[in-house]
Structure formats: C-alpha cells, structure tokens
Design a protein around this ligand. Sequence first.
Ligand SMILES: *C/C=C(C)/C=C/C=C(C)/C=C/C1=C(C)CCCC1(C)C
Length: 247
Amino acid sequence: MNNLLLTIADVSKIATDDYVGFTFFVGCMAMMAASAFFFLSMNSFDRKWKTSILVSGLITFIAAVHYWYMRDYWASNMESPTFFRYVDWVLTVPLMCVEFYLILKVAGAKKSMMWKLIFLSVVMLVTGYFGEAVYTTGNGPAIWGLFSGLAYFAIAYMIWFGEAKKLAEQAGGAVLKAHKTLCWFVLVGWAIYPLGYMAGTEGWYSFVADLGLNMDVIYNIGDAVNKIGFGLVVYGAAVASQATSKA
Ligand SMILES: *C/C=C(C)/C=C/C=C(C)/C=C/C1=C(C)CCCC1(C)C
C-alpha cells in the first residue's frame, strides 16, 4: 500500500507550456478510451467481424500502454522516447496489416498477402529506427529514411493497386468501401510519419525542422489519427455490413 501511494505521488511535473508533454498525455487518454470502446462493442458483432474489432482494440490498447511509458519518459527526461515509440510501432503496424487481411478474408485473401504486408512494415520500421537512433550522423538518416520510404511505397502499392485491391473489388459492398478508406489512411495518414522523421533528424531536408515542427507532436498526431481512425473505419464497416445482412 505504501508503495502504491509512493507511485501515485511520484508523478513528474509537466510544465504548463510543455505542449509535447500535453500531446503525450492526451494521446494516452485517447488510446485508452478508444480501447474501451472497441472491446466493449466487440460482442455486438457476429463472428466474421468480431476478430477485426478485437484487433482494432488491441492496436489502441498496445498504444495506450506505450503512451503511458512515453508520457512518463518525456516528462522525466524531456527527450524523445524513441525506443518505446518503435516498440509500439513494430507491434501495432503489423496488426494493421492483419486488419487488411481480416476484412478481405471474405473475398478469399491468402495468408501470404498478410505476411508480405507484415514483412514490408517491419522493414519500413527497422530501417526507420536505424536512421533515427543508430546511424544518426552524416547521410545516415537520409539513406535509412529512403529505404524505409521504399518499403512504405511497396505497402501503399500493394493495397492500392495490387493483390489486396483485386480482393476488395471481389468482395464489394461494405468491405470495398472500408478497404478504400483504409487505403487513404495509409497514403495520407501514414505520410505524417516521414514528416515527423524529417523534423527530428538531420539531413538535406532540415528545412522541415526549421518550420518549428516537433517530431513527437507530429508522431503523436499521426498515431491518434491512424490507430483510432483505422479502428473506427473497421467498426463502421462491421455496422454497415451487419445492417445490410439483417435487412
Ligand atoms: C500506429 C503507428 C503507425 C501507423 C506508424 C506508422 C509509421 C510509419 C508509416 C513510418 C514511416 C517512416 C518512413 C516512411 C520514412 C522515415 C522513417 C519512418 C519510420 C518514420
């Protein structure tokens, strides 16, 4: 009990003008609230959709736990929590790839497509980590960022024009609509991250940092938009498809 009280009392101070700390705090709460929403609504869907909603909840829940640590890390060190950030991403981004597979399963999506997407997402994140945390001098960040960007484009290509696109068209209806929206999330929502990377690392693109943008604020906005947004798109598809199948 004493330990518990100590832990509660041991909250780091957050300055009133610490807007980075603020976005970590709000991000944490938003991820928790979204998780509660997805987990609690899960059982009102039939089996076909239940797993998708569960994965939506797992994505925001894993993020909530990492945000809990990142918020603390930022408050005590005033430093980017790069390690926690990438551990979070390397768990949640592959789960977003699983989400693509799950909604396309009705049209006969194969596991091989899911594994390709997962592989590309891990390449994108590991190379990004190298540029942001390991090879941080000279051309390091620019070169590793380029590799990461190539993997990102491969993912976007696969879902916009490749295998995944064909399956979505076969499925039609709510699935096709959800797939299209998720494709936009990947193209526009995910593009927020390279912007944050350019704001936080050194390279030919340092003009981005000169705009006064903060890497963590950009990443935090990206996470809220993409993780909660993705989940809500899947939720909407589940509602729509259940409404038509009952009518
Ligand atoms: C929930 C977390 C998500 C959706 C994270 C997505 C992260 C990316 C799309 C990161 C992409 C990057 C590049 C395309 C180049 C520079 C390095 C990264 C890792 C920031």
